[in-house]
Design a protein around this ligand. Sequence first.
Ligand SMILES: *[C@@H]1O[C@H](CO)[C@@H](O)[C@H](O)[C@H]1NC(C)=O
Ligand SMILES: *[C@@H]1O[C@H](CO)[C@@H](O)[C@H](O)[C@H]1NC(C)=O
Length: 425
Amino acid sequence: MLLQNAVLSVFALLACSNFVLSKIIDVSDENFSKVSKKKSFIMIFATEKDCRECKRLFPRFVSVAQAFEGKDDVLFGKVKDRSLIEAFNITKFPTIVYFEQGNAEPVHYKGDISVDSIFEKMKKEMKKDISLLKRQYTILCTYENFKDIIETPSQFKFLLIFDDESKEEIKMMEDLAKIFKNDDDIIFPLISVKERSVVRNFGAQNFPVLYWYPNVNKAVKKMYGGTFNINELLGFINQHTSIGRQMNGDLRTDSGQIDEFNKFIEDNTFNFQQAASVNMALIQKQAQEIADSIPLFRQRYTDYYMTLINGIAESGNLDETLDNEQTEVETELAKKLRPKRKDFFQRKKNILDKFMSEHSKLLAQIMAGDNPMAMQGIDLPTEEQKQDTKKDKKPKSKDPKKAAKPTKKKADKGDKKPDAKKVEL
Ligand SMILES: *[C@@H]1O[C@H](CO)[C@@H](O)[C@H](O)[C@H]1NC(C)=O
Ligand SMILES: *[C@@H]1O[C@H](CO)[C@@H](O)[C@H](O)[C@H]1NC(C)=O
């Protein structure tokens, strides 16, 4: 009897909780007109089988839907059905379409698939004032959507299993999710301990508890062993994802930069400066080998390092290449860009800034009368010199990467697996 009462009160608490399960309805050709009847606004997320980007972005749609809990006149739907997709004239995935009140034709949403961008669009298009709805950036999982969300490949996840006492922790995850709201590489799912059939599998005894899912193809998880402290959590995420965000959500000035490449630039600025007369082909080859050694999830910005290095090789003129790039990047940044696009160019700028600052340093040294060639860390990798280096240090190595000296220490640091330090099993 007592037990029964306890169970009942748990359900009562669940019903009063801030987080009520928000449903995204699967729709198809046969039931769409029925399901959409009497809805004043309809949002549909179109996906197809094996669409990786759809899986990565769908959780953002779930977050948006959460804000509309209890607003029964707004329909959030998901469609896989080919005939409805064709009827909506959808040809690429994922696509979000929406229907304004009294309009039978779907409008294709064109913005970023992010909570803010979708929300802003709805605010503009809906006849109702939704500005008072509270946006959420975490993703509330249920038994129904848990597998879909958690098994999405190639995405970091910080999952909180919460109970009734977890208000502070939920708030903290919400703050973190907001900081990383434009980063498709990471999501912050929440699941209640009451979702027993799911939570049981974790084997955790104490709640709340956090699990970290690295960006790999399978859903492997590790219990987070650190403390619930927002600074610590932010540091943990930045360290393991190399996304590089500050507490206010801005990108850090080193976001996009790659340690291994930074070291390479430091070592080669003099060569870049002399690009017209040194063996740039060899330098390009060394750079490419660094690019190939970077773990997949950090490879997004290797392209830009390579673009710059190849550009310098091609023009034979460091100043000119950097100046042209700077003009281009700053022109883009001066435009009114979508947030994700803006981040993309901001990270390019950060990389460019590294080239620029090393170049300025070199110029200052030359002005001061130092001989840059004599200074440590600067090699002239002509073929002869290469041979010398090999003789001195790596008599047997024919590997030009070793001669390029991305030092062992740095390389280790860069390759650090996401299971270091604070994660424990
Ligand atoms: C609509 O049809 C699809 C496909 O048959 C089905 O999976 C889905 O559950 C249906 N939705 C509703 C709300 O009945
Ligand atoms: C469907 O999309 C194509 C290309 O995006 C467009 O030209 C055409 O007008 C669209 N048709 C309808 C019925 O919206």
